[in-house]
Design a protein around this ligand. Structure first.
Ligand SMILES: Cc1ncc(C[n+]2csc(CCOP(=O)(O)OP(=O)(O)O)c2C)c(N)n1
Ligand SMILES: CC(=O)[C@@H](O)[C@H](O)COP(=O)(O)O
Ligand SMILES: [Mg+2]
Length: 657
């Protein structure tokens, strides 16, 4: 651990450091980042790029009185090192360790929780309004990346903040990268400012220079005021931001600590919104990360000397199978197009982009735009596959309703990272997609039991003439063989994997394998279990599920999803709709946020294991009558009046009515 870094117990300690010591401290911080993330994994390249920037922030501003918002928040490790978390930094992203994103519960210096892109300017403006209306003091600063700036909500806030003239500072960390190369017109504009030598002058410099020219200076300045538009287009950078009402400072070298400090000191004296355009290198200071910032954007444990990521050999990931299947289908069907929101690698679409560049669309961090654009493509006869992580698809909920389902547009929603995702924690787990999709009319929602069924579901989805979502987990498949021939699955048809009269385990997606394992455990206890691979959250296979409910009379539903509104809820609704009396126990994620940590640890904590399923099933099967008392499980029976609000008497565990 660096000797200077150890001396930083709080940000104020930085004031004691000389310029030379600060340079050494920057080096120590980089070493700390590399050593820690080589073990824990994490967002190395983004954090290596903001070492000087973060030092300057904490030298010029004084948190928590001054408030800093980090966007996306994955680049807040340096901030955490400087705000008293050095000792615990080795627990980064580990279960019960410090989080990989800002967390108010973790430190008074973490003003706002982030993790989903592009929220910071809105949050900063809210903080500024709260400050002003409550006559408080302090600067409000947001650090937002060039990728995050492509997010719609950032532009909404930029538009609002520029108009209301509230004192706030936007630090635009421009490294020309999102996870992959950044995309869009904004990115092109920023790049022009980075690369054109004439742009390395700010408006003030130009005016200052002119003022210093005796005699002609002031007059020329007056003339220039009148031709300001032309001048701005030619020499003054940041025109776009200036026209939006920001005092634009930059572009400045984001690795020159002295320049950063001086510009930030200047910025804090300027009234109204200020935008500081900082140029940084993603991965700065570590060769492999500088050479391949995308690979080191979010990296697993790696060998420092070689930069080689420790690869655990194993089955193909669901993401890989999705990408390969789509390639196979796209070769045969030129109507298939693929859309990503700034995550080609993460969604497995990079090979597709290389093979079919004209049919691949990276829209930037713009999930809402991605889905609406896809709906129009679909209505015009294309077959758009929109690959977006479950948690980020939440951004496009209204677009799924308004632009896809309402118009019955045949869009495929390839929902990756469905379920627990692990170290990214509560902002990234995909635990709500069944709930936020299944109640929208016209949509089909399915989830495969393994990677082989995934490829069949992708095929089924691209051939389906309406809105359809396939949800699959992060990480490796089960290692099952992949069928050579793809087949279309019958919509709404489940698969009964085994029969047993004592209890029925009805599972969806990643939990089917868990249910099968649980059935084996139950057999050892002499309990015969039926196992159903539900395949569809919507439409449910009503005939199969009702038949199982009536024959077995005891059901455990299992899902890697929130219980509220999830798959188990859908089964309960089905039973109530049809007045079927049955003992039901739902296993899934309770009404709480799930922290960060290894997925295996989190699933164990959540009871998403074969052992827990077997235990709950045994309790249910162990009862003598079909309707159990409210101590042990949910009991659902209803008057068989379909269609209206049947008088349903449900006694839940411990909830005595
Ligand atoms: C709504 C949303 N979509 C996608 C992501 C995934 N994501 C995390 S960081 C990132 C790229 C951010 O680029 P930038 O803001 O430029 O930061 P940098 O890593 O370059 O410092 C993306 C797409 C996210 N966190 N939130
Ligand atoms: C910060 C962010 O949101 C992304 O980098 C995310 O961490 C990627 O997740 P995966 O590692 O599952 O692709
Ligand atoms: Mg960037």
């Amino acid at each position: 651990m660096g000797e200077l870094l150890e001396r930083v117990k709080c940000p104020g300690d930085l004031q004691e450091f000389s310029a030379q010591e600060l340079e050494q401290l920057a080096q120590e911080i980089r070493e700390q980042l590399i050593e820690t993330i080589a073990v824990t994994g994490g967002h190395l390249a983004p954090n290596l790029g903001v070492v000087e920037l973060t030092l300057a922030m904490h030298l010029v501003f004084s948190t928590p009185q001054d408030k800093i918002v980090w966007d996306v928040g994955h680049q807040s490790y340096v901030h955490k090192l400087l705000t008293g978390r050095l000792e615990r930094f080795c627990t980064l992203r580990q279960h019960n360790g410090i989080a990989g994103f800002p967390k108010r519960s973790e430190s008074i210096h973490d003003t706002i929780n982030t993790g989903h892109s592009s929220t910071s300017i809105s949050a900063a403006l809210g903080l500024a309004f709260a400050r002003d209306l409550q006559n408080q003091k302090g600067a409000v600063i947001t650090v937002i990346g060039d990728g995050a700036l492509t997010g719609g909500v950032a532009l909404e806030a930029l538009n609002h903040a520029g108009n209301v003239k509230t004192d706030m500072i936007v630090v635009l960390n421009d490294n020309e990268k999102s996870i992959a190369d950044n995309v869009g017109a904004l990115s092109t504009y920023l790049t022009r400012m980075r690369t054109d030598p004439r742009y390395f002058r700010s408006k003030e410099d130009v005016e200052e220079t002119l003022r210093r020219i005796p005699t002609i200076g002031p007059q020329v300045l007056k003339v220039l005021e009148r031709v300001k538009e032309g001048l701005k287009h030619i020499v003054v950078p940041g025109l776009l931001f200036e026209e939006l009402g920001y005092a634009y400072l930059g572009p400045i070298d984001g690795h020159n600590l002295e320049e950063l400090r001086s510009v930030m000191q200047r910025a804090r004296k300027i009234r109204g919104p200020v935008l500081i355009h900082v140029l940084t290198k993603k991965g700065k200071g570590y060769g492999p990360a500088e050479a391949n910032p995308s690979a080191f954007h979010g990296v697993g444990p790696f060998d420092i000397a070689t930069g080689k990521v420790h690869k655990t050999e194993g089955p193909k990931s669901y993401t890989q199978v999705f990408g390969e299947t789509l390639m196979t289908l796209a070769r045969q069907d030129e109507k298939i197009v693929a859309i990503t929101a700034a995550m080609p690698d993460g969604t497995g679409l990079t090979p597709f982009a290389k093979a079919f560049p004209a049919r691949f669309f990276d829209v930037g961090i713009a999930e809402q735009h991605a889905v609406t654009m896809a709906s129009a493509m679909a209505l015009e006869g294309l077959k758009p596959v929109t690959a977006i992580y479950s948690t980020f698809m939440q951004r496009a909920y209204d677009q799924v309703f308004h632009d896809v389902c309402l118009q019955k547009a045949p869009v495929v929603l390839a929902i990756d990272r469905g379920g627990v995702v692990g170290e990214d924690g509560e902002t990234h787990h995909g635990l709500f997609d069944f709930a936020y999709l299944r109640h929208i009319p016209e949509i089909v929602v399915m989830a495969p039991k393994d990677e082989n069924e995934l490829q069949h579901m992708i095929y089924t989805a691209v051939e389906y003439p309406g809105p359809i979502a396939v949800r699959y987990p992060r990480g490796s498949g089960l290692g099952v063989p992949l069928d050579q021939k793809l087949e279309r699955l019958p919509i709404g048809k489940a698969e009964v994997l085994r029969h047993g009269q004592d209890v029925a385990l009805i599972a969806i997606g990643s939990m089917v394998a868990v249910a099968q394992e649980a059935a084996e455990l139950l057999l050892q206890e002499g309990i015969q279990a039926t196992v159903v691979n539900a395949r569809f959250v919507k439409p449910l296979d009503e005939a199969t599920l009702l038949n199982v409910a009536q024959k077995v009379g005891r059901i455990v539903t299992i899902e890697e999803h929130a219980l509220a509104g999830g798959f188990g809820s859908a089964v309960l609704e089905l039973l109530e709709d049809h007045g079927v009396a049955c003992a039901v126990k739902r296993i899934g994620v309770p009404d709480e946020f799930v922290q960060h940590g290894a997925s295996s640890i989190l699933r164990k904590e959540l009871g998403l294991t074969a052992q827990n399923v077997a235990r709950e099933a045994q309790k249910l099967a162990g009862t003598t009558q079909k309707l159990v008392d409210s101590e042990t499980a949910a009991v659902c029976y209803a008057t068989p009046r379909k269609g209206n609000l049947a008088a349903v008497k449900i006694a839940f565990r411990g909830d005595k009515r």
